[in-house]
Ligand binder design. Structure first.
Ligand SMILES: N[C@@H](CCC(=O)N[C@@H](CS)C(=O)NCC(=O)O)C(=O)O
Length: 306
């Protein structure tokens, strides 16, 4: 990640973009073949952990979780609560995994990373590719019939994911990492315009693409879950708290309370990561004690239909 000369935040593009596909493919969907490296703190990695869980792939795709605090070695493995060391490759730092796949790797060492134990390489390090592969290529292996990417809704799901990325998912980062006032304010305005629009839409429909939970909701959720925890204060996204939007606040609790989601939500990792790692934004490294948020309060989103 870097800032251009105008102080705008620019995100690197992911380098490993191989696909797991059914049929005669180098990367075939097989049980016990793939390993997922994530951070509970990272919204992009969080997407992949949620989809893995909701599709019942927890037993067939193994998982490692890095330490929430990014230090001079980058992402590292540790035995802190909530972390899972690298029992597949025995790496100490996540960068070692990138170098196993490509010894001259010069790019960013980001989470998530999907690792192939058979060819001992990285399949893919782009969250959107990974969740789409989980949703489409593992249906024979999945322990559920749940479809998060139904064929009839795919164009709408893709459009929605594309639509919320610049203003909401990446929008909070564009606000938080801006180093000049103008780009910060542009990102802030676009973010709150988009939240306002979704607040209106969600008055008449339970989920982003209608009445069923899809990949688009998972992409939206991992940002909204972090909104009052970190983005409101740390990233200065403070026109309103999420809980001040009745429909968005009900929506995020609805998804949080969906079986399988709450166990992927680690607010301690989220807060420690942002406030302790991003010292250019929080040089004192004080982690705020609040806010007090209860994602378990009842919601009546089940009554909202399109
Ligand atoms: N395009 C990637 C973005 C992943 C990403 O930026 N992850 C962050 C954590 S939230 C990271 O690992 N950053 C480390 C770095 O920028 O060096 C995806 O969606 O998978």
């Amino acid at each position: 990640m870097w800032n251009n000369k105008d102080g705008e935040f620019v995100r690197y593009t992911s380098e490993f973009r191989n696909r797991i596909t059914r049929g005669q493919s180098r990367f075939a969907p097989e049980a016990d073949r793939y390993h997922l490296y994530i951070s509970w703190a990272c919204p992009w990695a969080h997407r992949t952990a949620i989809v893995r869980g909701l599709l019942g792939l927890g037993d067939v795709i193994t998982l490692s979780v890095v330490d929430p605090v990014w230090n001079e070695k980058g992402w590292t493995f540790s035995t802190e609560p909530g972390c899972i060391p690298d029992f597949v490759n025995g790496a100490r730092d996540l960068i070692d995994i990138y170098r196993l796949a490509n010894p001259s790797y010069q790019g960013e060492e980001t989470t998530p990373v999907l690792w192939d134990k058979q060819y001992r390489t990285i399949v893919n390090n782009e969250s959107l590719d990974i969740i789409r592969m989980f949703a489409t290529e593992f249906t024979d292996i999945s322990k559920t019939n749940r479809d998060l990417y139904p064929a009839s809704l795919r164009p709408e799901i893709d459009r929605t994911i594309e639509n919320i990325y610049p203003t909401i998912n990446n929008g909070v980062y564009r606000a938080g990492f801006a180093t000049h006032q103008r780009p910060y304010e542009r990102a802030y305005q676009a973010l709150f315009r988009a939240l306002h629009d979704w607040e209106s839409k969600l008055a008449g429909q339970r989920y982003l693409c209608g009445n069923e939970l899809t990949l688009a909701d998972i992409c939206m959720f991992t940002t909204l879950y972090r909104f009052d925890l970190v983005y409101y204060s740390h990233f200065k996204c403070n026109r309103k708290h999420l809980y001040e939007y009745p429909n968005l606040w009900g929506y995020v609790r609805d998804i949080y309370q969906t079986p399988g989601i709450a166990e992927t939500c680690h607010s301690d990792h989220v807060k420690r990561h942002y406030y302790l790692s991003q010292t250019e934004i929080n040089p004192t490294r004080i982690v705020p004690a609040g806010p007090e948020i209860d994602f378990n309060t009842p919601h009546s989103r089940g009554d909202v239909r399109r």
